[in-house]
Design a protein around this ligand. Structure first.
Ligand code: ZN
Length: 437
């Protein structure tokens, strides 16, 4: 029995103080309940109680890159961040491109995962962009989507056929949109890159591929999911395609909504939120290097507008752990790309709530309800009978981001040393405690 919390569940239209009774891994009752003899009781007064968060874009790194993250450490970070389900990306070694590789992953997940993990298989064998995977076999074996994330499928005829396959399987093709010929840089190409003398990546490198993939989704009737949208024009293309009836969904990341390319120059100001800034940092911190790159404030504002008007369906993390030798011990130009995200997503998004851009139900729709609906998951709500994937968090508690307090193996984040507001206190998966803070 989770007692006295503020239950926020957008699928139920509820935002009120209520108790939640869990039996046999499912929600048995909600409301003002009388104490039940023999039931374990958790006092959640002062906390928000909500459906567990669902992250559709995570790199767990195992198998093949266990020095960066493992299934055990990545899913522990997920539980600590309030995520009860995550989708893992296929750029492991070996690539998740065959039923055999998927079976191996499933066995590892059964052994080590602390939260639910749904696999995303590759679009092409080895993510090499030459030969399509066996979509029906991989879908049958449990893949919830297909992505060559980290790379764009350059061959448009292959992308057309992948989208045709998605139309019949109803599993999305999840695209990383980047014209590599234009993307030979280390940050966003603009005023800050010019000032720092760092080679930049123009916004057009992303927008060109979004445009192509939207056109191919329209042509095929396939189901397209655009990963990590970052630019005003990219969001606008998706908005117009949706209006035309193209089957497209899209995601944005907290770091692109709240951080800008000024962070590469040393700023630590969260945009779109009226929050005290962190102290400025040295320029070209490898922990600000991410792909797609942090964009200017105008793009972050347009991205937030796209989140608010439903153009962007879900918020995910693109949790991309790296070992220290890949990041802080490397120069900015040579450092690996990607940020650690699972333990910061909720506090970052809560800054948008405090600033009045989103309500708490909006946040939970973006991070739990809608991903569950889009992928047909048996979670994302705490209605009676639903699986008890539940979190309780204190939206006010402040904490300082310190390497030793993180569950992930990889503290590759420019938020190190900064104060976050909002902390997960309890994470249940199927009614079982997977994190208590
Ligand atoms: Zn990507």
């Amino acid at each position: 029995m989770i007692r006295g919390g503020r239950l926020v569940d957008p699928a139920l239209g509820r935002d009120e103080v209520a108790d939640v009774l869990i039996q046999d891994g499912r929600v048995a009752a909600i409301g003002r309940l009388s104490p039940l003899a023999g039931a374990r009781s958790v006092d959640a007064s002062g906390l928000v109680v909500a459906p567990g968060l669902i992250d559709v874009h995570v790199h767990l790194r195992e198998p093949g890159f266990e020095e960066k993250e493992t299934i055990a450490s990545g899913t522990a970070a997920a539980a600590a961040g309030g995520f009860t389900t995550l989708f893992c990306m296929p750029n492991t070694r070996p690539t998740l491109d065959s039923v055999l590789a998927l079976r191996d992953l499933t066995a590892r997940l059964e052994r080590d995962a602390r939260v639910r993990v749904e696999p995303i298989a590759a679009i092409t064998v080895g993510r090499a962009g030459e030969r399509l995977v066996d979509f029906p076999a991989l879908a049958e074996a449990g893949a919830v989507g297909f992505s060559d994330d980290g790379d764009t499928t350059r061959d448009s005829s292959l992308m057309r056929r992948a989208l045709e396959a998605s139309a019949t399987l109803d599993r999305p093709i999840m695209v990383h949109c980047e014209d590599k010929a234009l993307a030979d840089g280390a940050m966003h190409e603009g005023a800050v890159s010019g000032r720092l003398g760092v080679i930049g990546i123009p916004a057009e490198a992303e927008e060109i591929v979004i445009a192509r993939d939207l056109l191919l989704a329209g042509l095929t009737g396939g189901r397209l999911h655009v990963c990590h949208v970052t630019t005003a024009r990219g969001a606008d293309q998706i908005r117009r395609a949706k209006a035309e009836g193209v089957r497209v969904t899209a995601e944005a990341m907290p770091h692109h909504l709240l951080m800008t390319d000024e962070w590469v120059g040393g700023s630590r100001r969260l945009v779109n939120a009226d929050e005290p800034r962190g102290a400025d940092a040295p320029a070209e911190d490898p922990h600000t290097k991410v792909n797609p790159p942090l964009r200017p404030e105008t793009d972050a504002a347009a991205l937030l507008a796209a989140v608010r008007d439903g153009t962007i369906d879900v918020v995910a993390t693109d949790h991309a752990p790296h070992a220290p030798q890949d990041k802080e011990h490397a120069s900015f130009d040579r450092a690996a790309v990607g940020l650690s995200g699972l333990e910061f997503a909720l506090p970052l998004m809560l800054a948008l709530v405090r600033a009045g851009h989103l309500t708490l139900p909006d946040l939970l729709a973006l991070m739990s309800q809608r991903p569950a609906e889009l992928w047909g998951l048996d979670s994302g709500t705490l209605g009676v009978g639903a699986v008890a994937d539940l979190i309780a968090f204190d939206p006010e508690e402040r904490w300082v981001v310190a390497r030793e307090r993180l569950a992930t193996k990889s503290a590759n984040t420019p938020l190190l040393g900064m104060t976050m507001q909002g902390r997960v206190k309890l994470t249940l998966v199927g009614g079982e405690e997977r994190y208590a803070g």
